[in-house]
Design a protein around this ligand. Structure first.
Ligand SMILES: NC(=O)c1ccc[n+]([C@@H]2O[C@H](COP(=O)([O-])OP(=O)(O)OC[C@H]3O[C@@H](n4cnc5c(N)ncnc54)[C@H](O)[C@@H]3O)[C@@H](O)[C@H]2O)c1
Length: 298
């Protein structure tokens, strides 16, 4: 599916990034592997090469501009960018340190921006030079934590919401150059979630990272040509595409058409009656998808 294509995968030293890189290489892509320096990267590169694939290793902090530049230089050209690197610094918002906030926003949101900025500039100038759209795919990594407003992860929920905004903006702003940008909200048993999900069952693990990778390959492949600005939930045997938020209720000013605070107060008091109120902008639709697999041996 991806013969001759060059793919960059960030955070590819373990977990989802490693599974995605191996799957992209299995589909024929030449893969540039990024992660923080460590033994994981070389091990993943060896797996790819042992299976007859091609891999380059490009260690570095993904939020650094120089890392982004090195990723683009690793092979000649770039066709597929998979932004996956991430960290957690979980804490309730009232006890979170500045550093815990900054680290998570920096790695996830700035990390996605740096590579996206450099890749889209590259594709735009290629497209302008040739006078036609190029082959260009971005797969970003969001999380259901943003849909749920995960209470113990304000930094992570904010970063993952930001990644969706970046994805849709990129999809719209770069469509004319051929760029297709989508986001996935994966679930998998990895170092990041091991404590939450517990040990893997004996035999095949429905929550393995390998169950997420086929969607990344598909979005990077031919079908991805017609898919952009979408957000997918993916785990086990489930791939779901989210609908965008909709308007639930509208309040129109009567009389002279200007809302006054007292009138609006009355209208809102009539419309919002739950006591105590539950957070309104929460999407729990994806929870039933997960309950069939989360922690179960299937
Ligand atoms: N596992 C899940 O269920 C799940 C759910 C939702 C979202 N995600 C997202 O999927 C992505 C991968 O997570 P995972 O579960 O494989 O976790 P993981 O911890 O196994 O892998 C994350 C990788 O990112 C790397 N990384 C961290 N900071 C980096 C930096 N500054 N530069 C380069 N690499 C860096 C880590 O070294 C690690 O190898 C993350 O963005 C995560 O938020 C995972």
């Amino acid at each position: 599916m991806l013969e001759g294509k060059v793919a960059v995968v960030t955070g590819a030293g373990q977990g989802l990034g490693a599974a995605e890189a191996v799957a992209l290489a299995g589909a024929g892509a030449r893969v540039v592997l990024n992660d923080l320096p460590g033994p994981g990267l070389d091990a993943v590169a060896s797996r790819i090469r042992d299976a007859g694939g091609e891999a380059a290793v490009c260690p570095g902090d993904v939020a650094e501009w120089t890392t982004g530049e090195a990723l683009l230089r690793a092979f000649d050209g770039l066709d597929i960018l998979v932004n996956n690197a991430g960290v957690l610094r979980d804490r309730m918002v009232f006890s979170m340190s500045e550093q815990e906030w900054d680290t998570v926003i920096r790695v996830h949101l700035r990390g996605h921006f740096v590579t996206t900025r450099l890749a889209t500039a590259h594709w735009r100038s290629q497209s302008k030079a040739s006078g036609r759209p190029v082959y260009a795919r971005i797969v970003n990594t969001s999380s259901e934590a943003f849909l749920l407003g995960s209470p113990g992860q304000p930094n992570y929920a904010a970063a993952k919401a930001g990644i969706v905004g970046l994805t849709v903006s990129t999809a719209r702003g770069c469509a004319r150059y051929g760029v297709r940008a989508n986001a996935i909200c994966p679930r998998a048993r990895t170092a990041m979630t091991g404590e939450l999900m517990g040990p893997a069952p004996d035999g095949p693990d429905p929550m393995s990272a390998e169950r997420v990778a086929p969607l990344v390959v598909a979005l990077a492949g031919p079908a991805g040509e017609r898919i952009t600005g979408e957000v997918f939930v993916v785990h086990s045997d489930v791939v779901a595409v989210l609908a965008p938020p909709t308007v639930r209720q509208t309040f129109h000013a009567g009389g002279d058409g200007v809302w006054r605070a007292e009138e609006l107060d009355a209208a809102l008091a009539w419309a919002f009656t739950a006591d105590p109120p539950a957070a309104g902008f929460v999407c729990e639709d994806t929870l039933p998808l997960a309950s069939s697999t989360f922690g179960e041996d299937r």
